[in-house]
Design a protein around this ligand. Structure first.
Ligand code: PLP
Length: 443
């Protein structure tokens, strides 16, 4: 049965509905990224600027998808547009070293203390693949510890979930899945006993603020314990900074938490809104790519490595990060949103908790929590109306109907271009969304 919220969504998007009919014939599920799948159909965006984007039916949205987290500076930032235009006019891919890649790497080094040496890739997935290979080449060991729910791109090894998300593992040989050891986070004794029982583990990788952009938070003290353990056991500690990098702090989670990893993967904000990733690390680990008496020299080609247009946009973005207060603005707006949503939950007596790491804002419905520690200590969810996904779907559509694009009302990624007015509009829309969902019987 079509709900009133769904009907309103459909009625105001005839052009998107028609475009989806063409897309379904072209793409599996009609989309080009699994996270963009939407019922009854996705909206199609024509353009974006600052904190806003517009669909092909002329609907305006305050955007919290934020380019999957890449657009810290906001859409169509004039300085990024300028540098991209200037660079592309000089030829996009010379197939040789450029000054731009040197400037991009230097901009990273200016912000990240552990980045003694750097290699560029085309995406976060590739950076994570490379990081895993460095761990194995450096230690001569095969297996890698990954934590439950942590996302490290969609390469074969990184997609291992310990059987939790079966579709992530679909198509991957068992032998590859067996090289990944999946354990729960936040309990160092489990990591210790895993290492005691298996001497073929090369290293540990993690999203340092917690799985899914911090949705499942990690205690900073646990990350510190991991650091000590990896040093003691002589294995590699890798931070996946693809989301946290240049966002939760200028120097990423390593600055935010105050723990120095051996190597890290980066993407998203790194490219200033263009594709690009990299692995950084302390020299002894990165030098595994060099041929020396001790090292065979780990192989690393890639047509679009250090893609000049991305290098130019990325170096410019990181310079803006270094010299302006974009991180503080995005974090402030994030906290404004967290407070506003929690006030709405209290006012409407909806069980739930909004929280976040500065500019990454999450909303978990159906819980009674007052702190992140409460969330960490909570037993696994019992399925109920609040965490079935169905309610979030209705809330997300209601927000879209009110001109707010979030991740199904459960995640909001802040940009420095968000204004206080944008956030106030979002808080009011959240309140209306709960009221509409209640009225139509979704909660
Ligand atoms: C923590 C994390 N690692 C890796 C990736 C993969 O990056 P990409 O989409 O650039 O391949 C993502 C993407 O969302 C991510 O969130």
């Amino acid at each position: 049965m079509t709900t009133p919220i769904e009907k309103k969504y459909t009625d105001s998007r005839p052009n998107s509905q028609k475009k989806y009919q063409s897309s379904e014939k072209l793409f599996p599920n009609g989309v080009t990224h699994d996270a963009r799948m939407m019922k009854p159909f996705p909206y199609y965006i024509s353009h974006a600027e600052g904190s806003k984007k517009w669909d092909i039916d002329g609907n305006e949205y305050v955007d919290y998808k934020s380019g999957h987290g890449a657009m810290l500076l906001g859409h169509a930032h004039p300085e990024i547009i300028k540098v991209v235009n200037e660079t592309i006019a000089k030829g996009s891919l010379p197939g040789a070293s450029t000054e731009l890649e040197v400037a991009w790497a230097q901009a990273i080094k200016n912000l990240v203390p552990s980045a003694e040496k750097i290699r560029f890739t085309s995406s976060g997935t590739e950076a994570d693949m490379m990081g895993m290979r460095i761990m194995r080449a450096y230690t001569g060991k095969d297996k890698i510890i990954k934590f439950e729910h942590h996302f490290h791109g969609w390469s074969d090894g990184a997609s291992a979930t310990g059987g939790v998300d079966a579709n992530w593992e679909y198509g991957i040989p068992k032998q590859v899945l067996d090289t990944m050891v999946i354990i729960p986070p936040n309990d160092i004794s489990i990591v210790e006993s895993t290492l005691e029982n298996d001497n073929n583990i090369a290293g540990i990788m993690l999203e340092p603020t917690g799985a899914h952009m911090g949705q499942y938070p990690i205690r900073p003290s646990f990350v510190k314990e991991l650091r000590e353990l990896c040093t003691k056991k002589n294995i590699v500690l890798m931070f996946d900074e693809v989301v946290t990098g240049f966002r939760v702090a200028r120097g990423g989670a390593e600055e935010y938490i105050g723990v120095k990893p051996d190597i890290s993967s980066w993407a998203k904000v790194l490219g200033g809104g263009l594709p690009g990733g990299c692995v950084t690390g302390q020299a002894q680990f990165m030098e595994i790519l060099e041929k020396t008496p001790e090292s065979k020299g780990m192989y690393h080609p890639g047509t679009f490595n250090a893609y000049p247009i991305s290098a130019a946009a990325g170096a410019k973005a990181l310079t803006i990060v270094k010299n302006t207060n974009v991180n503080e603005i995005a974090a402030e707006r994030g906290q404004q949103l967290v407070t506003g949503i929690n006030n709405v939950l209290t006012k409407l007596e909806v069980p739930g908790y909004a929280y976040g790491q500065d500019s990454l804002v999450h909303l978990k419905l159906g819980v009674e929590a007052n702190s992140v520690e409460d969330l960490i200590n909570m037993p696994s969810d019992e399925p109920n109306v609040f965490n079935s996904g169905a309610l979030n779907h209705q809330l997300g559509l209601s927000l879209l109907n009110q001109g707010i694009d979030s991740w199904s009302a459960s995640r909001f990624i802040m940009m420095a271009s968000h204004t206080e007015e944008d956030v106030n509009k979002t808080i009011s829309a959240m309140e209306n969304a709960f009221i509409e969902a209640r009225e139509q019987g979704s909660m």
